[in-house]
Design a protein around this ligand. Structure first.
Ligand SMILES: NC(=O)c1ccc[n+]([C@@H]2O[C@H](COP(=O)([O-])OP(=O)(O)OC[C@H]3O[C@@H](n4cnc5c(N)ncnc54)[C@H](O)[C@@H]3O)[C@@H](O)[C@H]2O)c1
Length: 382
């Protein structure tokens, strides 16, 4: 059999926590899931803050080389892509160094911890000619892709109202040790950065730029033990509430929280337009609900009403599991990685881009400014 002439993309991974593991899994498993990939890909090195941990990861997952200094991994001439999966405050420095070294860069959300940093990275990415991308994995869920298609086809029409939330319950146990996501010096922002970044990106993608926000933050469980078991007080929001107006005058609300009892990974949105409406829940990841206001309403209601569209795993070129197999959270990460590596292999721009990451950063910044100013309606600065 003649092997197609496709590039082998070598990934250098920074950070191996939950996202490092997820990205390594995606890079490794893409060939099982998709046919006709325009690349082969391999994670060739991993960097964490501890060389023992990096070595353990290499041994366990068959990765070639372990590092505890990101500069050494970034400097490797055979590395094509730097994949940034470290805590938020470290993104800016790592992305900047990777671009200076001539690498393509994939970056976990949020892009940085301030609009100034994010704008600088977006400008550097544009100038570099390298393929840079954000991991906004929820864009790549099959029902979310279908929702975007319906909107682009004009089936929803002018959006008047949206409502979106992303809810966890992971901050409700005061005996749970605080991690870096509870420490603003490392995360840069609390749940707004962690879950809000996803929701703001989705609503911007669907409804256009958010121009004004009013925000309110909440910390209900300030005291947690730190990594050494000592008393510690969090300074990172555990819940954040926003009202927003878009450039096209759609109005909406965004709620993100880690203090919502009973929630698991509850991403939910509804979008109400003149011609139709959409609803999605990540806890029901096989379905998109669509209301078509142009359907006949008579006799006796005609065919109107919310329809459940079966999106399951219907991705182009996905061969395993079958396109009719039920979907899950990992689908978004797998498809995000496939799309990004395909863009690198074909040397074309990738969306969501660093400019999209910077846009999210500006909205989050306005939301925090509003929250610290009595929830006053605050303009998103561009
Ligand atoms: N897209 C998503 O679904 C999703 C989900 C969770 C987290 N994230 C994002 O991914 C990033 C990582 O989050 P996580 O949950 O994997 O964190 P984590 O705490 O599980 O892992 C962080 C890893 O980074 C390493 N690290 C810390 N500082 C480092 C440095 N300076 N250089 C190299 N390695 C360093 C740690 O040793 C650890 O291996 C964050 O930006 C977070 O916002 C995205």
């Amino acid at each position: 059999m003649v092997q197609k002439d496709i590039p082998t993309l070598r990934v250098g991974l920074l950070g191996f926590g939950s996202m490092g593991r997820t990205h390594t899994w995606a890079v490794r498993n893409l060939p099982f899931h998709y046919e006709d990939l325009p690349f082969r890909a391999e994670t060739v090195g991993v960097c964490t803050t501890s060389i023992e941990k990096s070595r353990r990861v290499c041994a366990e997952f068959g990765i070639g080389a372990a590092y505890d200094n990101e500069d050494d991994l970034i400097a490797r001439p055979d590395v094509d892509i730097i994949d940034v999966c470290t805590p938020n405050v470290f993104h800016y420095g790592a992305v900047k160094k990777a671009l200076a070294a001539g690498k393509h860069v994939l970056c976990e959300k949020p892009l940085a911890i301030s609009p100034k940093e994010a704008d600088e990275l977006a400008a550097l990415a544009d100038k570099s000619g390298k393929v840079c991308g954000m991991v906004f994995n929820n864009r790549w869920l099959a029902p979310v892709l279908r929702a975007k298609q319906l909107m682009d086809e004009g089936r929803v029409g002018r959006v008047l109202h949206f409502s979106a939330s992303y809810l966890h319950n992971s901050c409700m146990d005061p005996s749970r040790r605080a991690g870096w996501k509870q420490d603003k010096t490392i995360c840069g922002g609390g749940v707004l950065f962690d879950l809000g970044a996803h929701v703001i990106d989705l609503m911007t993608w669907f409804c256009g730029p958010i121009v004004g926000v009013s925000g309110m933050e909440q910390i209900a469980y300030p005291s947690h033990p730190d990594a050494n078991g000592n008393d510690w007080k969090t300074n990172a929001d555990e819940a954040f509430y926003m009202t927003c107006r878009t450039a096209s005058d759609a109005c909406g609300t965004i709620t993100v929280s880690k203090i919502t009892q009973g929630a698991n990974d509850d991403l939910f949105f509804e979008i109400y337009g003149e011609k139709g409406s959409l609803r999605f829940s990540l806890m029901e990841p096989n379905w998109l609900e669509f209301y078509d206001a142009t359907a006949p309403s008579s006799p006796q209601g005609g065919t109107r009403g919310f329809t459940k569209i079966e999106c399951v795993s219907r991705y182009p070129n996905m061969v395993f599991p079958s396109p009719k197999a039920p979907a899950g959270w990992l689908n978004g990460h797998l498809e995000s990685m496939r799309a990004y590596l395909s863009a690198v292999a074909e040397n074309r721009p990738f969306v969501p881009s660093f400019s999209d990451g910077a846009e999210v950063q500006r909205v989050m910044d306005a939301a925090y400014r509003s929250a610290s100013n009595g929830s006053k309606l605050t303009e998103v600065q561009r």
